[in-house]
Design a protein around this ligand. Structure first.
Ligand SMILES: *[C@@H]1O[C@H](CO)[C@@H](O)[C@H](O)[C@H]1NC(C)=O
Ligand SMILES: *[C@@H]1O[C@H](CO)[C@@H](O)[C@H](O)[C@H]1NC(C)=O
Ligand SMILES: *[C@@H]1O[C@H](CO)[C@@H](O)[C@H](O)[C@H]1NC(C)=O
Ligand SMILES: *[C@@H]1O[C@H](CO)[C@@H](O)[C@H](O)[C@H]1NC(C)=O
Ligand SMILES: *[C@@H]1O[C@H](CO)[C@@H](O)[C@H](O)[C@H]1NC(C)=O
Length: 912
């Protein structure tokens, strides 16, 4: 639509309806790559970051209205609210939709409700309340030719529905519903088991019936003939044995966590020759050898939270194909997986023994696991480890020992693990030992370590070839030196708490390859200069990502600056607000020319002004989270071409101050930035008690003075709104005329886009007010219009002289401005006091901001005008290129250089 003509190009932008005034909608729009930044607003929503453009709308009561704020090109859309009926063609404006989530109180879908969604791949019906019945027409899904995944998360389905499933369907999920018998599915989806087209059995990858708390029966033959990949029955009252009677033709994987299944479902495993089984339930207690004998087909077994205290002998030998074993959350204080009599070697790749209360590991525990790649032992009670435990694990790559009260590690305990790449020793109590000089295998690349307590002066010796390192300091411990002095390939460093003795000067020599730095705890202060400048001291030219999470009370802001390659910055929980004056954005960020993502949470930030964006030329997304009383400086609107493309203000409040009054009209017309402020934004009640007022209507009523100045806003809607405001009455006629002129000029600019390189009727449009006419006629005209060498040979357009008689004044102004490549504004004190003149200047400024091929704007001050007299125009100066304004000198000797300047700006003399 024409609203976007003044945008810098970019298909995505063009498709954003930037009218998305948040006052009118609760929809948040984002690109997939930015989804992680706003993911908590997409909760319960099946959207993923592979989709290029996504939207989520909450509190939807009128669908038509809500969708006005959603670009047609979205590929993922979630709607939450209280709509009960989805009408025909409800979403047919979104033919490219791939994923749709409906968290509405839907009771029925009218036929054709999903028409036009031929590309939809995933559809979810969610119900905020349980026992919400949803009636689907049998043909409701007919148009969804590409549907692969269908989720009902909450609503109950009527047994008579007879819903026809698309043939493309691969996954069906019915969770939190009212199912009591798997057989009900047969009525709801009569073609579930048998495809109506081929007559053959249907194939599904996944059927997920978990969290149907009432589900306890399986009518025999309910899924007769279905070929199924995975069946989920977790959190139901089903017994895994009942799966046998369903009539499934094929099943590869079964999950029955938290069901009434009280033992290993041996028969079921054997019948289907299951490859994967997940079972977990306190009642299991132990595993019988008889049951195990049926499980030889298993490749993956999860036996979680089963209350197991011991494993049967030959446990692994009974499952020769087993690759993944998860025994987490049981009560195995000791574990014996291998017996050395038989010489059996297991093919196990992954073993998860976390959360078990293991007290010790005997030397032969893992002796038959020479294929093991991953061993997870976190959250146990291990106090000491000797190398012999690992002696046969020569393929092991990942070892997690975190959250164990580990004190002693035998000398050379890692020596038997030549393939180890990843080691986690966080939250342990390891004591320093002098024998620690060697840190295990060459291959170790990823290390997470709680700094061992050690005598002062002892350097912490680490492997040199690390690529990622996380160090956790215990509060109060002495700072340690690092050894070696250089980590040549370390890319990722996380410092939790401080604890290291690192010089600021040569940090980039120690970590020459550092790309990602995360500082947790109060560590930012150590890195901030202590003089008045307060800027970040670590000069890391290669750094791309910096994340800082403070402890919630830092004494003063530290400005992150001088990191030429930083692309992502997150500052969290710093809270400088205890200081006497509020924090400004430019105190937190400085020169970061490559920064694309800036996330600020709980920093105590208050003021956001244009100055802060000067050093952030590449910023694409700004997220402000948990900030209170934000003030967005009005200067941002002229800055808007340089503002980030997306600004999200989440769980934060805007200050109820007139300084924010310009925002609403700007939101509605903002030509480039997509800005979303999480509603509701409120002003306190005037008389203390009583109800609060919505922010913007309140500001509109109380801040007219502030609003009047904000004409640069730039949307037609805003301008038309302004026209009708009573505050303009004093100068109604001229204002209205000029506003109309502005619109006309814009439209002409739009048309002008098509005929680039057109011949302009005039060279310069001169905007001046009547009071300055004398100067224009006596000085300016001869100098510019006269033929060279005295004059410049230019064709000027003067409103008084050149307006076509009889033509509408509005047309005249608009046409003249659009037909001159240069607009010259002559300003004086008198001019600035005249509303009409001010308006003309604004008009020119707006053109400059809005036009696709902006005219050159030059300013001439007839007398020095102080900044204070230019309260509304000082921002203008920023828009001007350097040297686009000049003061007319009082003395004669300055005049030559004045004319020289002007000629230089206007270009070559010419004469026709
Ligand atoms: C929903 O909003 C649209 C557009 O704002 C309006 O035309 C329509 O009347 C509204 N419908 C209801 C039921 O309020
Ligand atoms: C569903 O079917 C039963 C019997 O098959 C019938 O009594 C009932 O009225 C039907 N309900 C609807 C909503 O069609
Ligand atoms: C191991 O088990 C724990 C506890 O259930 C779980 O959090 C973790 O994701 C599991 N890891 C793997 C790789 O299965
Ligand atoms: C393995 O065998 C040796 C003798 O060959 C025996 O001493 C040891 O106790 C056995 N270990 C286990 C765990 O059975
Ligand atoms: C550089 O760092 C090393 C090790 O941290 C330190 O010993 C050395 O004194 C530092 N050099 C300079 C010039 O700061």
């Amino acid at each position: 639509s024409s609203r976007f003509w003044n945008l810098p190009c970019g298909i995505l932008l063009l498709s954003l309806p930037l009218i998305a005034g948040w006052t009118a909608s609760n929809c948040l729009v984002t690109e997939g790559s930015w989804l992680p930044l706003v993911s908590r607003f997409f909760l319960n929503c099946p959207l993923n970051s592979r989709l290029p453009l996504l939207a989520v709308c909450t509190k939807v009561t009128n669908l038509t209205q809500a969708l006005e704020a959603v670009p047609q090109s979205v590929e993922g859309l979630c709607l939450a609210g209280s709509i009960s009926v989805l009408p025909q063609d409800a979403l047919s404006n979104y033919p490219g939709l791939k994923v749709l989530g409906l968290n509405l109180r839907l009771t029925r879908l009218l036929p054709g409700a999903l028409r036009g969604l031929g590309q939809l791949q995933e559809l979810s019906f969610m119900a905020p309340q349980s026992k919400n019945y949803l009636f689907l027409h049998p043909n409701a899904l007919d148009d969804l030719r590409s549907l692969q995944k269908l989720n009902f998360l909450g609503p109950c389905l009527d047994r008579n529905s007879s819903i026809q499933l698309p043939t493309s369907l691969r996954q069906l999920v019915v969770r939190y519903s009212c199912l009591q018998d798997v057989g009900e599915l047969d009525d709801i989806f009569p073609d579930l088991a048998h495809s109506p087209f081929s007559g053959d059995a249907r194939t599904l990858d996944v059927l997920d019936l978990s969290f149907n708390w009432q589900l306890k029966m399986a009518s025999p033959g309910a899924l007769q003939g279905l070929r199924l990949g995975t069946l989920h029955l977790d959190h139901t009252k089903m017994d895994a044995a009942a799966v046998l009677s369903l009539g499934l033709q094929k099943l590869k994987s079964l999950s029955v966590l938290f069901t009434v299944t009280a033992e290993l479902p041996a028969e079921t495993v054997a019948h289907f020759e299951l490859q994967e089984l997940q079972v977990g339930n306190k009642q299991i207690g132990h595993i019988t050898l008889e049951a195990l004998a049926f499980c030889h087909s298993l490749q993956s077994l999860v036996l979680q939270n089963g209350g197991l205290t011991a494993l049967p002998p030959n446990f692994l030998a009974a499952m020769p194909r087993l690759q993944r074993l998860n025994l987490a959350g049981n009560q195995l204080q000791r574990v014996r997986l291998c017996t050395n009599e038989t010489g059996f070697v297991s093919g196990l790749w992954t073993l998860n023994l976390s959360d078990n209360g293991l007290l010790a590991l005997s030397p032969a525990t893992f002796s038959c696991l020479s294929h093991l790649r991953e061993l997870l032992l976190q959250r146990n009670q291990l106090v000491s480890l000797e190398g012999e435990v690992f002696q046969d694990l020569w393929r092991l790559e990942i070892l997690d020992l975190s959250r164990n009260p580990l004190v002693n590690l035998g000398g050379g305990w890692l020596a038997p693990l030549p393939s180890l790449t990843t080691l986690n020793l966080l939250n342990t109590h390891i004591l320093f030992r002098p024998t620690w000089g060697f840190w295990g295998p060459e291959s170790l690349h990823h290390l997470r370590l709680q700094l061992p307590s050690a005598p002062a002066g002892v350097a912490l010796s680490l492997p040199e070839r690390l690529t990622s390192l996380e160090l956790q300091a215990v509060p109060g411990m002495k700072h340690r030196k690092l050894f070696p002095n250089v980590f040549p390939i370390l890319e990722t460093l996380t410092l939790d708490g401080w604890g290291l003795h690192l010089e600021t000067q040569n940090i980039s020599e120690i970590f020459p390859a550092l790309r990602q730095l995360t500082l947790l705890g109060s560590s930012l202060e150590a890195l901030c200069s202590q003089d008045t400048s307060n800027f970040f001291l670590w000069q890391l030219p290669g750094l791309q990502s910096l994340k800082v999470r403070g402890d919630g009370h830092s004494p003063r802001p530290c400005c992150i600056t001088g990191l030429p390659n930083l692309q992502e910055l997150k500052l969290d929980a710093l809270k400088y607000r205890a200081r006497p004056r509020p924090v400004q954005l430019q105190e937190l960020v400085g020169e970061l020319p490559r920064l694309r993502v800036l996330q600020l949470a709980r920093t105590g930030l208050e003021t956001l002004s244009a100055a802060a964006f000067q050093g952030l030329g590449s910023l694409q997304v700004l997220v402000l989270d948990w900030e209170k009383g934000l003030v967005l400086d009005g200067g941002l609107q002229e800055r808007s071409p340089q503002m980030p493309q997306y600004v999200y203000i989440l769980t934060s409040s805007l200050a109820c101050r007139c300084a924010n009054a310009w925002l609403e009209p700007w939101f509605e017309g903002s030509p480039r930035t997509y800005m979303w402020v999480q509603p509701p934004q409120l002003c306190p009640a005037e008389s203390g008690g009583g109800s609060k007022h919505p922010l913007f209507p309140f500001l509109l009523n109380h801040c007219q003075e502030a609003l009047e100045l904000k004409l640069f806003g730039g949307s037609f809607a805003f301008l038309l709104l302004l026209i009708s405001l009573p505050l303009l009455q004093e100068a109604r006629n001229s204002w209205v005329l000029y506003l109309q002129a502005l619109l006309r000029a814009w439209f002409q600019g739009l048309r002008g886009q098509k005929n680039e390189g057109k011949n302009f009727l005039y060279d310069v449009f001169v905007s001046h007010c009547r009071q300055d006419q004398g100067w224009v006629v006596q000085e300016l005209l001869p100098a510019l219009e006269g033929c060279p060498p005295e004059g410049q040979g230019l064709r000027l357009c003067l409103p008084e002289r050149d307006f076509e008689p009889g033509k509408d004044v509005v047309d005249n102004v608009a046409d003249s401005m659009a037909s001159s490549p240069i607009t010259l504004c002559v300003l004086s004190h008198r001019a600035l006091r005249t509303p009409r003149c001010r308006l003309e200047l604004r008009l020119a400024t707006s053109l400059l901001l809005a036009a696709p091929h902006p005219p050159v704007l030059l300013l001439i001050f007839l007398e020095p005008v102080s900044r204070h007299q230019l309260p509304r125009y000082h921002r203008l100066a920023r828009l001007l290129r350097r040297g686009d304004y000049c003061v007319w000198p009082k003395e004669d000797e300055g005049k030559d250089s004045f004319w020289a300047w002007l000629r230089g700006r206007l270009g070559q003399p010419r004469c026709r």
